[in-house]
Design a protein around this ligand. Structure first.
Ligand code: ARG
Length: 461
């Protein structure tokens, strides 16, 4: 018969609606394995403090092992009367170790320090797992960059044709953002690696227990400096929620590119059948659902961050039950990304680019106008004047319906006497791209170096 962990001072049990509101096992049960790991560490510090004998410790650890196996096998699960994961697992422990021994484990700890610790443990594992998924997306982008090392495309600002760039340069831009997301999660981990275990309900532990020993056993760098902060701060969760929301936003930018690229108007790329869906009415449709769901879910991740921050705002010291609301938004963000990341990696890796079409469009919209201006600057013309002259060339070419390279020698000379026929040397897509050869630029050699550096960073993680 399950009982609450706090029955002593109550003459009656909770009302049904009270229990229904309070219940958290439907989402905190996923912390069960971390809770059991925490219980093992706690049993050891109780033993070291002389509160468990040698045989009690070994009996406790055996019962925890049995419980862990049953949890893993799904043969031990919470029942409705178990308020939360901690209550359920104490019931499971008592069923296996007996009331006498099982009832000793709770000494010197509170669900407040437990939950704060378990949540950190779970998120640290999730961050490592998500980072692996992000690196798979980076590898898919690298794969495409390697397939098309020198394919040109129109580079855009304001979605308008701007200057020619390499497709590989565009793909690598997304890898830079994703690697920052991985870096952010790693940096976050430094602050998350602090163990609140031993903070008790709020004031710390009085039974001679050693928070540093538990912290070390559970893989943390240090125990919490302040038991109030340890039990009630959740900025680690909010910061995590930001890091993954930012990741979602970065994924949504890739998604948006793919959606555009696969339209009839762009026709830069085609989706693989395995990574697209059809329409129930229009037989010809091939829809970019992976990209759209990634884009859509980024809104959900932003909402999870905003909701969590709103929950945390103005909570008085120390623990408040409001904090039970901290877990679902972050769990949801992780769950969504675990669906999105492998699908994005698969979709990107199998994109079929039409590089001929991209090359054909690269000079369209007078994307080489900047090259005329910069050529004039190299002849000693002030950029102000050069910019005007290049603009004049665009106006003339547009009026005649020709490309910039098709203007006559006379037309160039009319625009500016400095515009000799030699200007045509820079009026090619390849010449324009090759000229942007400073660090970080789109010249093929620079892009190849950038790609090598990204490959090395991925290998180093
Ligand atoms: N379920 C709670 C949470 O998620 C932990 C239990 C603390 N409960 C309490 N009554 N102090 O934050």
């Amino acid at each position: 018969e399950p009982t609450a962990l706090w029955g002593g001072r109550f003459a009656s049990g909770p009302a049904e609606a009270m229990s229904a509101l309070s219940l958290s096992t439907h989402f905190d049960w996923r912390l069960a394995h971390h809770d059991i790991a925490g219980s093992r560490a706690h049993a050891r510090v109780l033993h070291r403090a002389g509160l468990l004998t040698d045989s009690e410790l070994s009996g406790m650890l055996t019962a925890l092992d049995l419980l862990e196996n049953d949890v893993a096998a799904g043969t031990f699960t919470p029942v409705v009367a178990d308020e939360d994961v901690h209550t359920a697992l104490e019931r499971g422990l008592i069923e296996r170790a007996g009331t006498e021994l099982g009832g000793k484990l709770r000494a010197g700890r509170s669900r407040n320090d437990q939950i704060a610790t378990l949540f950190r443990m779970w998120l640290r594992d999730a961050a490592r797992h998500l980072s692996g998924g992000v690196l798979d997306v980076v590898e898919a982008l690298l794969h495409q960059a390697q397939l098309h090392p020198e394919a040109p495309m129109p580079g855009r600002t304001h979605l308008q044709h701007a200057q020619p760039i390499l497709l590989a340069h565009h793909l690598l831009a997304h890898t830079q953002a994703l690697l920052r997301d991985v870096d952010r999660l790693r940096d976050w981990d430094k602050r998350a690696a602090v163990s609140p275990y031993g903070s008790g309900a709020l004031a710390g532990s009085s039974l001679g227990l050693d928070p540093a020993a538990i912290a070390e056993e559970l893989g943390f760098d240090a125990p919490a400096e302040n038991s109030l902060d340890g039990t009630s701060s959740r900025d680690f969760a909010a910061e995590f929620a930001f890091a993954v929301a930012m990741l979602g936003v970065n994924l949504s930018r890739i998604a948006e590119d793919v959606i555009l690229w696969c339209t009839a108007e762009f026709s830069y790329a085609r989706l693989h059948d395995s990574w697209s869906t059809g329409s129930s009415i229009m037989p010809q449709k091939k829809n970019p659902d992976v990209a759209e769901l990634a884009r859509g879910k980024s809104g959900r991740l932003i909402g999870n961050l905003a909701g969590l921050l709103a929950t945390l705002k103005a909570q008085p010291m120390a623990y408040n039950r409001d904090l039970q609301e901290d877990k679902e938004p972050v769990f949801d963000s992780v769950d969504q990304l675990q669906l999105v990341l492998p699908a994005m990696a698969g979709m990107i890796a199998t994109l079929d680019f039409d590089t001929d079409r991209m090359a054909e469009l690269a000079p369209a919209g007078f994307t080489l106008a900047t090259d005329i201006a910069e050529w004039l600057v190299r002849q000693g013309v002030p950029f102000r004047v050069a910019h005007e002259a290049a603009g004049d060339c665009v106006r003339r070419a547009e009026a005649r319906g020709v490309g910039l390279d098709e203007l006559t020698d006379a037309e160039f000379a009319e625009v500016d006497p400095a515009l000799t026929p030699q200007v045509r040397e820079v009026l090619t897509v390849a010449g324009s791209i090759a000229s942007r050869d400073a660090h970080g630029g789109t010249a093929p050699a620079r892009v190849a170096e950038q790609r090598d550096r990204v490959v090395r960073r991925v290998e180093e993680y």
